[in-house]
Write a protein that binds this ligand. Structure first.
Ligand code: 5GP
Length: 200
């Protein structure tokens, strides 16, 4: 949606894998379902238990993903170090804007920095776990990846934490309810500033 400043408002939630950004986003999307919608990324990774095609991700084959890259269908995409590819479809942004809502993108840090560079109205929010030990505990508890992949995710998380200061906001996910409230307040404020808020 175009704001009163003429910029396109896009919300980007980034952070370390396992920091719980998905949980915070779910709460935000429930609370602000009239104003904000998730831009569903396409991914080549396996679907986790409980995930639904078209809700968390569009789960597609590597061949289909490559075709979309070649056709220029992605606003941005990433090749993750554990072999998966994920990307933001331009069609998702258009679909959400056509509904008069603000797109919310869930991106790793490089993708978030790319969107920050290319979309002047992007608001970037970094979600972190309270400690590195806690991040490791959460990833192991989720137990949806192999131990080798968890190690790769942890190594990446260390690098990602060094980028924290480049984003507009940083939220520590120490307590889900508190952190979700902080995220909701940030988003409400940004929407108000952009003049897109339809309700107080
Ligand atoms: P997961 O496999 O745990 O769902 O996601 C791994 C990482 O990929 C997360 O940090 C997530 O934010 C990021 N990610 C998911 N979709 C996209 C996307 O479309 N683009 C980029 N750049 N990162 C994504």
């Amino acid at each position: 949606m175009a704001s009163s400043t003429g910029k396109t408002l896009v919300l980007v939630v980034t952070g370390t894998s396992g920091a719980g950004k998905g949980t915070l986003e779910k709460i935000l999307l429930e609370r602000m379902s009239e104003e904000v919608a998730l831009a569903v990324s396409a991914t080549t990774r396996e679907r986790r238990p409980g995930e639904q095609d078209g809700r968390e991700y569009w789960f597609i084959t590597p061949e289909k993903f490559e075709g979309l890259v070649e056709d220029g269908e992605f606003l941005e995409y990433v090749d993750l170090p554990w072999g998966a590819r994920s990307g933001t479809l331009r069609s998702e942004i258009d679909r959400i804007k056509a509904q008069g809502k603000v797109p919310l993108l869930d991106l790793e840090t490089d993708g978030a920095l790319r969107v920050q560079r290319t979309i002047p109205g992007a608001v970037t929010i970094f979600v972190d776990a309270p400690t590195f030990a806690e991040l490791e505990r959460r990833l192991r508890e989720r137990a949806t990846e192999s131990s080798g992949e968890i190690q790769v995710r942890l190594d990446l998380a260390r690098k990602q934490q060094t980028l924290k200061d480049r984003f507009d906001y940083a939220i520590v996910n120490d307590d889900v309810e508190r952190a979700a409230q902080e995220l909701t307040e940030i988003v409400r404020r940004e929407l108000q500033t952009a003049g897109t808020m339809t309700r107080p």
